[in-house]
Design a protein around this ligand. Structure first.
Ligand SMILES: [Zn+2]
Length: 346
């Protein structure tokens, strides 16, 4: 079979579509005939190399994929050949205090398929059965592949971590990215008034189409000032930020008294000025969030499968053109998710 691989960390030219032996499903694993994969910024970070994450090379990237069960290993009874499935990328130990308490995202041994362990951007992928969710017939493969990671992440940020309620004001930064466009839809569905930043007119139109009530061109105006203008000086209740150091000061400045900043990433750097004065005086909360629990994923995917929420696919490429998919992410071109289809499936 063919798999996306890189034998060393580096620029996009390290990515290959290599011929490798077919994987065998081990005990507890399911062999999936992959019909589509979706890219995340995590794929770019993993390719470049993350401090503290020592990968066995060559590494196959990819945290999101969907396809048909080809075979199951020993002790798998939840799935059988022919079942339609999507990958849920979070792996936990199942036995620590956090796992036993129902929140595996807090597991000290939490790992992500495609980041800390081999990924699923290949014609066939052997995946632990507990990392698969059923996909109803009628859901197309790129949609099934593109939903779990970003919609799960955004759902946990908004519903579990920020605990948003209808009528609250929510600012989503980088609304054109995977998590951003999911967060806009989830916040709008929750009845929030949604503010979204994006760099181009086309992206802002898409954000509005996803449910944003107000869109902000963060390159033309200081987004915190714009938020103040749009809210009569009050600010928003929640900011969804995955940008990091570049936006953190303005994210804090956009919050109303008692507001919550939820972060799931730091693309532009992890160490902004803490802004403690603003945090204590305005009684703000800065909240971290990573991935989603199986229960959260079930809740949000139900709304994806019935069409209430919809991953927007900006581009679908052959898997052999994964380097071009990385370029789309790195150049921040387009709106929503990039999908890849195994060349043999096209
Ligand atoms: Zn655990």
């Amino acid at each position: 079979m063919h798999a996306v691989q890189f034998a060393e960390h580096g620029d996009r030219d390290v990515i290959e579509y290599a011929e490798v032996p077919d994987p065998e499903p081990a005990r507890g694993e399911v062999l999936v005939d992959v019909k589509a994969g979706a890219l995340n910024h995590l794929d770019v970070w993993t390719r470049r190399g993350l401090p503290g994450v020592d990968l066995e090379l060559p590494h196959t990237p990819g945290s999101d994929a969907a396809g048909v069960v080809e075979a199951v290993g020993a002790d798998v009874d939840r799935f059988g050949p022919g079942d339609r499935v999507a990958v849920a990328a979070g792996v936990s130990c199942g036995s620590c205090e956090f796992c036993r308490d129902g929140d595996p995202t807090l597991c000290p041994r939490f790992a992500i398929i495609g980041e800390h362990r081999p990924g699923v951007h290949a014609e066939l992928a052997a995946v632990p059965a507990e990392n698969l969710v059923p996909v109803p017939g009628g859901v197309d493969w790129p949609t099934a592949a593109a939903a779990p990671l970003v919609f799960g992440t955004a759902w946990r940020m908004l519903h579990t971590r920020a605990d948003v309620t209808a009528g609250e004001r929510v600012l989503v930064l980088g609304a054109s990215g995977g998590v951003g466009h999911a967060a806009v839809q989830i916040a709008a569905h929750a009845g929030c008034e949604v503010f979204a930043t994006a760099s181009t007119e086309a992206k802002r139109r898409h954000a509005a189409d996803c449910g944003a009530d107000h869109t902000i061109d963060y390159e033309a105006t200081d987004f915190a000032d714009r938020v103040r203008d749009l809210t009569d000086g009050r600010g928003v209740d929640v900011v969804i930020d995955h940008v990091g150091a570049a936006t953190y000061p303005d994210s804090l400045a956009s919050l109303a008294k008692g507001g919550r900043l939820v972060t799931c990433g730091a693309t532009t750097g992890p160490n902004p000025d803490a802004g403690l004065n603003r945090i204590f005086w305005n009684q703000l909360s800065v909240i971290g969030s990573t991935m989603a629990t199986p229960g959260e994923l079930d809740d949000v995917l139900e709304l994806v499968w019935d069409g209430t929420l919809e991953p927007r696919i900006r581009e679908t490429l052959p898997m052999s053109e994964t380097a071009a998919a990385h370029r789309l992410l790195e150049d921040r071109e387009g709106f929503g998710k990039v999908a890849v289809i195994p060349d043999s499936e096209r």
